[in-house]
Design a protein around this ligand. Sequence first.
Ligand SMILES: Nc1ncnc2c1ncn2[C@@H]1O[C@H](COP(=O)(O)OP(=O)(O)OP(=O)(O)O)[C@@H](O)[C@H]1O
Length: 753
Amino acid sequence: MDNKEREYELERLSMTIGHIKRQLAASGSQCTDSQQQLKGTLADYWGNLGSSACDEAQFIEEMDRQKKLTALVHQKYSRLQRMADSPYFGRIDFWEPQSGSDQAERIYIGISSLSHSGSGELLVYDWRSPVAGMFYDFERGKAWYECPAGRIEGEIRLKRQFKIVNGIMKYMFDADITIEDEMLQAVLSKSSDARMHTIVTSIQREQNQIVRDVGHPVLFVRGPAGSGKTSIALHRIAYLLYHEREHLSSKNVIIFSPNHIFSDYIADVLPEIGEENVLQTTFQDYVKDTGVGQELALEDRSVQLEWLLGDKQAGWAMKVENIRYKSSAAFVKLLDCYVGFLQGNLVREHPPIRFNGEVIFSKGEWKKHFFHNLAHLPAGRRLKKIRQLIKNKLQSAIQRLRQEKIKEITESGNEVNAKTVEAMARLAAGEAAAPLYEIIHKLTELHALSLYKALFTCEEFLNNREVAALLPQTWQEICRQTLRELQAGRVTYEDSFGYLYLLGMLEGFPANREIRHVVVDEAQDYTALQYKIIKQLFPASRWTILGDPAQAVHPYLTTADFAEVSRILQQAGSYFYTLKRAYRSTCEIHAFCQALLPATEKTEAVLRFGGKPRVVRQRQADGTNAWLRAVQVLQREGWQSIALICKTARQAMLVHQAVSERLPAHVILSEDDRFRRGVVVIPSYLAKGLEFDAVLVVQAEQTQYGRPEERNLFYTVCTRALHQLCLFHFDALTPFVAELDTSLYDVMWEENN
Ligand SMILES: Nc1ncnc2c1ncn2[C@@H]1O[C@H](COP(=O)(O)OP(=O)(O)OP(=O)(O)O)[C@@H](O)[C@H]1O
């Protein structure tokens, strides 16, 4: 790029920033005005409170309107502030033959659009606009974009990238493919801080396709660790909010994350690109918030994992069998059969309701209403409607009895006062009906937990040949274990899905039609039952489902694969994307991690080099000194975020106790903790989705990571590293590493570390 071009760009930047500053000043006054207006309305309200001038409903409406307006002007202000810092990051010169001019249009691309306040000319295009999409999709040469008028074809004559910080041009260059990779490497080689950041300046073509896919109601994205799945999900949300802004707002989108630490970790991305954050929740929390199963203590996944991953205790093998079965397709079928069985039998034996010698609700009526008139409703709701029907009939029968009693008392001549007669008759009729209310209530009440318990004891159901074929050999033992827990008032993690599903099928799911897009991240960790529940909760939604089967961290849960999820969601138009490129780790760490997995589909890493992973043999069983020394070295090398990843929370607590006297370190022990910057001690299963400059795998030993089912967990732990990976052991090294080609890592003794 020659000097003239550079000067042009510097002038263009200064002109753009000038515009932004003027708009900022105007927007600042709008913020103050709207704030004052809000205060004024509030003051008026307090002043007129109690007087006839105070119309509460009108006030609430006005406040609501003003609050929305204030939020909008503040949003605009902070967007302009962000733009003043970095107004754009790219430029393409696009020439359209149909334009009639031989001049290409200069299109500057930033996180939001900016118009000239006088002429209205677009000075900066939003990265999500159709024309800006070409920046990600094409190099110089033939290019096109789709817009409402159809496909616009033309030619990109120039593609330029900028790095502007605090309003100052740091660098700029004209991009071709190789330089683009250099740019990407520059982004990736930086030290990571506590939060995930936007990748809007360097979204890659394969990622951009997914971000902008609006044609498919269900998108599945499969990709290896670090391929940008979470980043894509968040940028896709921002894209959809822009593209469908007429009818989609942040309130209509929900993200299911594995835990709160992860939600916390990704919380900055959407605000960084100028969008309001959307609701991020976990499956368990969402269910709790709906009030379903509120009366029970449902066990958390972490509690179960902690028990399973720790030392084997009595009943361990049976518990694993139990978990495997309750997350299997056979158990889903068993539950569906059971729901069918219950619905077919719930009122079959119900007696006729008799009052005062007359049948007010016959056996036939039970059946007619339950199996025909109300068949479209879940069983629990049908029973509630029937309860109301019976009560209405009972009311009429009570009336009749009252009349009879009035006649009886009057004829007896013992009482002449009409009011007293009336009261006595009412009392007598009420007394006669009282026991019946209780019976009606019992007959029309569903107790889901008792019914769930009965699944393990109901011989009539279990003896059915079709049902018996769905039971595992260990069924009797599973029943004993399950009933023991349920009778003690505990719903274990493996039972919670079955129980919630049964509850929903019988009582109806608390569907939320406001949610129009559901994102499930780390989708490989969900069971078929969870998907069946989520589907019912969001009947009006489209779906983006992202995951990596190699990172299924629960070693014993049978999780649903994408084909199964697609069947469960049953929406025409599922589309499957597979990512092949990983961005997080250096090539050395990537190669090491790839080798941990069976040789299936190979993936590639962005060419970025660092040291090989180090396997450090400790001099003594207590590795505290070795870990501390490693952290010191890493900090001297300039790495900011360093994780000591232990297998369990119990170990993490002990390791934290051991190191914290000499090293300021945070510890994360539960799903509700916050993500922290600096040195962190964290259990393996809570580290999923996160990333750190350097990862120290504490106790990378056979005793810890020796069971074949724990391979994915170990892989997930190692793939958290961006730049450095160190594995520590005193006892025999984990077979997952011992079996690898030794050229993939360096071995060192503690002294050399
Ligand atoms: N196009 C890109 N430009 C710059 N950085 C990128 C790009 N794509 C991904 N990254 C970076 O790669 C890292 C991994 O991204 P992300 O966490 O989204 O991947 P993931 O597939 O969800 O990972 P995992 O499955 O291991 O949790 C992040 O630091 C992210 O910023």
